[in-house]
Design a protein around this ligand. Structure first.
Ligand code: SF4
Length: 350
């Protein structure tokens, strides 16, 4: 029996890209290796739920989104949607119903919109290509509804406009309208507001939350911005070098992080709750290492101020540190509802 509570389920999902070795490597018979962009992710998204995937550049979060929308092919694990295994599905005819139900919103709205098409044609395009309408009247109605839901009112005023005639916020709303027009069950939004002014960001986030509330649509919100994730999401998954290192409710991850990487991300965002109660940890140094050279043991150990010998040889499992709250760190003590454990260097649980 499929688990119908989860709309999307990723089980040990992997996306590796092979590296072509040089001539000498081939002569010597040395293995060419691979970029392990996504390296074994377990994640579920329920109907009507907003889950944020948070991580730095190079953490693999965009590749996760591309794998879910079938723009990148998984090399291992499983991708289940509504109980159906979509991992190996590749043919266009088999993907058509999936593309109807899973839509992606990209970061750069200007790149995502065809500059030679009007707003009407851009929003109508997926309805036509997926053959979801029977006539022009239905098409106009669906385009109008999508533009209105994305906050472009009155919709008729935008029908004949071109992308260069719109502001940045309006362009992103057109991208969202294009995704909405097909009435998907899940939208994967990859940094949808990172290129917009702060004042416009709040409006676009409100559009996404309204869609969830009105249509029970699920949203996977991909971002590098922890405060933004907290604002919009029910749960947050923190990604580091192709793996989820911590997952839990938005409040737990933001205000009670149990993984040093999440603590460092939080410390890098001074606007959340001031500085009171913060762990005395330095903020992150350096960048995420290349996914072609994933370190042994805990992959965060080269940047972790709390690393000890075991971290360099053994990868920590996901440990339950609270209700629905998992942390992949040797210092994350199992959840004890009676005596909250004290973890050196990490904030005490209230
Ligand atoms: Fe740091 Fe070790 Fe925990 Fe990894 S397992 S986050 S290196 S303390």
């Amino acid at each position: 029996m499929p688990d119908t509570a989860d709309l999307l389920r990723l089980e040990n999902l992997q996306v590796h890209f092979p590296i072509q070795g040089g001539l000498f490597d081939r002569i010597a018979g040395r293995p060419a290796g691979a970029v392990r962009a996504v390296d074994g992710i377990d994640l579920n998204v329920r109907r009507g739920e907003i889950v944020a995937l948070v991580g730095e550049s190079g953490s693999g979060k965009t590749t996760v989104g591309r794998a879910i929308t079938k723009l990148a092919q998984p090399t291992g694990g499983r991708l289940l949607f509504d109980g159906l295994d979509m991992t190996s599905v590749r043919s266009l005819s088999a993907l058509r119903p999936y593309r109807h139900r899973v839509q992606m919103v990209f970061q750069d709205a200007y790149q995502a919109l065809n500059p030679r098409h009007t707003v009407f044609d851009i929003v109508a395009e997926p309805l036509r290509s997926l053959r979801l309408v029977n006539n022009g009247t239905q098409l106009t109605k669906r385009v109008s509804e999508a533009l209105a839901a994305a906050g472009l009112n009155p919709p008729n005023d935008f029908f004949s406009r071109f992308p260069h005639e719109l502001s940045g916020g309006q362009r992103q709303r057109v991208v969202i309208a294009g995704a909405l027009a097909v009435r998907p069950g899940l939208i994967v939004a990859d940094e949808p507001v990172s290129m917009l002014d702060v004042s416009i960001r709040a409006q676009i986030l409100q559009v996404l939350v309204d869609l969830r509330d009105k249509h029970n649509m699920a949203l996977l919100f991909i971002t590098h911005d922890l405060p933004l994730a907290w604002l919009i999401a029910d749960r947050i998954a923190v990604l580091y070098l192709g793996k989820i290192v911590e997952i839990g409710s938005a409040d737990d991850i933001t205000f009670n992080p149990r993984h040093p990487y999440t603590v460092a991300l939080r410390n890098a965002t001074p606007q959340i709750g001031g500085n009171a109660g913060r762990a005395e940890l330095p903020t992150l140094q350096g960048e995420v290492p290349s996914a072609a050279r994933v370190p042994n043991g805990c992959r965060f150990h080269p940047r972790c101020p709390l690393a000890f010998d075991r971290c360099k040889v053994e990868e920590p499992p996901a440990i339950e540190v609270g209700p629905q709250h998992l942390s992949a760190c040797w210092l994350a003590a199992p959840f004890d509802p009676v005596i909250p454990p004290a973890i050196p260097g990490l904030p005490a649980r209230p």
